[in-house]
Design a protein around this ligand. Structure first.
Ligand SMILES: C[C@H](N)C(=O)N[C@@H](Cc1c[nH]cn1)C(=O)O
Ligand SMILES: [Zn+2]
Ligand SMILES: [Zn+2]
Length: 523
């Protein structure tokens, strides 16, 4: 599994046709721009050799990613929970092989409701350390090994849980390649490259890989609080690679995330699904009630219609407006990423503000309703509507829950339906905004410049990583987001991809970040 043999591996895996390999081997990404770390503390300049080693180990790194994404670790699908656990084991085995110490598979107990199987165990959090040298700084690497659901029939060009390399576009396609299996594998590869060179890591590492991020990071808050002064004691900085560049060309570092409160509305009525020819017009239909409640939440311009929600949002300041002007991004990039011209705004500032600093409400799905092809004439007896609100400063999560639930109850009551309706929170995760001028961001900016030859943009992210604020507050450390993939990677969508250049340049940036951070004047 860990062999460094080359053409045969990729051929055996059926990953590429034979022409790709020479290209992969020959192509060293931006090596001409490699810089020697500009810091007196550095006694040698390992970057050139390190980066060459990362390129040289390319086939092995692709093989590992291929093996990782082949495990359908969908945390939202209860029936796939054994696969999530299997993927935790896959990473544990690699950590062991790479010489990590104190590896622990931390169990988090039974998943709380709402859940179909009341005995469903949460997947383990994988903890491990690499080095305990008190003279070195310690960086905690967080990532998640679970993924979003994916099915070929949703429109994927290939099986979602099989890594395919598109040679023409020089990219890898599979569920999880960019979110977040690729970056997690990338961190391990960075350690691997150091070991292959006999090069000492410049920092101690602590890894924390979870398997419930896509389902609200259930159980992780408590583990972090419990371990702040134990397993995580002495952590100087937390680095998370679980988001994306804003566009497709310019690397970014990210200092903000929106939060996410995820709700379900359960509407129940008839004792069983019914024939609409016999019962249509005679019984109250749960799906009709549900779409009416859904329709009351948000309008087609994306405005949230729940009283009191928009009033909680921090006002935009003049100083803040200037920030958006400086960011490298266009409406065309937005349209390219969405594969459409459906953007609600025509200028960069509005797009960025609505992505980063205003809340949004999305309707995700409707469980229990007929959803296959054909024209089944059924009246579903129970439907569950799923929606979420992306939260921003200064929204209060508990206040939001009350506003949402009261609103849904009020609208449902106004329908005069004999059905029942209840709205409940499934999970929530906090928003996070930080100061991007600390030692960790500075080190990552230098690493970006060294690898990509450009200064990164400093961005916020519209998505959520629920545990970010918890790390910051519980460990009292700086958190920095160092994305690997691009804005058009299709995370959570069909045909999720990671460009080969982003995988390799991403690993080099991660490696350089560790060296620059180690050499910085903190501690
Ligand atoms: C940004 C990150 N890669 C991600 O995709 N996060 C998820 C987290 C989440 C919250 N509720 C459910 N999943 C996201 O932003 O949707
Ligand atoms: Zn993610
Ligand atoms: Zn995700």
């Amino acid at each position: 599994m860990f062999t460094g043999r080359q053409p045969a591996i990729l051929r055996k895996l059926g990953l590429v046709n034979l022409q790709l390999l020479p290209r992969l081997q020959l192509r060293t990404y931006a090596t001409s721009k490699l810089a020697v770390p500009n810091n007196q503390k550095m006694t040698e300049a390992p970057f050139k050799t390190l980066f060459e080693k990362i390129d040289q180990l390319g086939p092995r790194f692709i093989e590992h990613l291929s093996n990782a994404v082949a495990i359908p670790a969908v945390s939202a699908d209860e029936s796939l929970r054994p696969m999530v656990v299997k993927k935790a084991g896959f990473f544990r085995d690699q950590l062991e092989h790479l010489g990590f110490q104190d590896i622990q598979m931390r169990e988090l107990g039974v998943q709380p409701p709402p859940v179909e199987n009341p005995k469903l165990e949460l997947p383990p959090v994988v903890l491990a350390r690499y080095g305990t040298d008190p003279a070195k700084k310690t960086v905690l690497l967080y990532g998640h090994y679970d993924v979003q659901p994916a099915a070929l029939e949703d429109g994927w060009l290939s099986e979602p849980f099989k890594l395919v390399i598109d040679e023409e576009k020089q990219l890898m396609r599979a569920r999880g390649v960019t979110d977040d299996t690729g970056p997690v594998q990338g961190w391990l590869n960075v350690v691997d490259a150091h070991r292959e060179l006999g090069l000492e890591l410049p920092v101690n590492l602590v890894v924390c890989f979870e398997g419930m991020e896509e389902s609200g990071s259930i159980g992780l808050d408590k583990l972090i609080a419990d371990e702040a002064d134990k397993y995580f004691k002495g952590v100087d900085a937390v680095c998370i690679s679980d988001n994306y560049w804003l566009g497709t060309k310019k690397p970014v570092l990210t200092y903000g995330l929106r939060g996410c409160n995820y709700y379900q509305i359960v509407v129940e009525g008839p004792g069983a699904d019914l024939h609409s020819g016999i019962f249509g017009g005679v019984v109250a239909e749960p799906a009709i009630d549900l779409v009416k409640v859904f329709a009351s939440l948000v309008d087609s311009q994306g405005r949230i219609l729940i009283d009191g929600v928009n009033e909680m949002v921090a006002p935009v300041t003049e100083k803040e407006k200037e920030l958006y002007e400086k960011i490298d991004f266009t409406l065309d990039e937005m349209n390219a990423a969405s594969g459409s011209e459906t953007c609600l705004y025509d200028n960069k500032s509005d797009i960025l503000m609505h992505r980063w600093r205003f809340p949004s409400l999305s309707i995700h799905g409707l469980e229990g309703a007929f959803s296959s092809q054909g024209a089944k004439t059924v009246i579903p007896s129970r439907v569950v509507g799923k929606f979420s609100i992306r939260t921003v400063p200064d929204m209060d999560s508990a206040t939001l829950d009350k506003l949402v639930i009261d609103h849904c109850n009020k609208v449902f009551q106004s329908l005069g339906s004999p059905n029942t309706c209840r709205t409940e929170l499934i999970h929530d995760g906090a928003y996070w905004v930080s100061n991007p001028f600390n030692a960790s961001f500075t080190a990552a900016a230098k690493a970006t410049k060294a690898v990509h030859g450009v200064e990164p943009d400093f961005t916020r992210e519209g998505g959520s990583i629920p545990i970010t604020l918890t790390f910051e507050t519980q460990l009292k450390t700086d958190v920095m987001l160092l994305p690997m993939g691009r804005g058009d990677d299709g995370a959570h969508s069909i045909n999720e991809k990671l460009d080969l250049s982003n995988y390799f340049l991403g690993m080099k940036t991660m490696a350089a970040y560790l060296h620059y951070y180690a050499a910085s004047e903190t501690k």
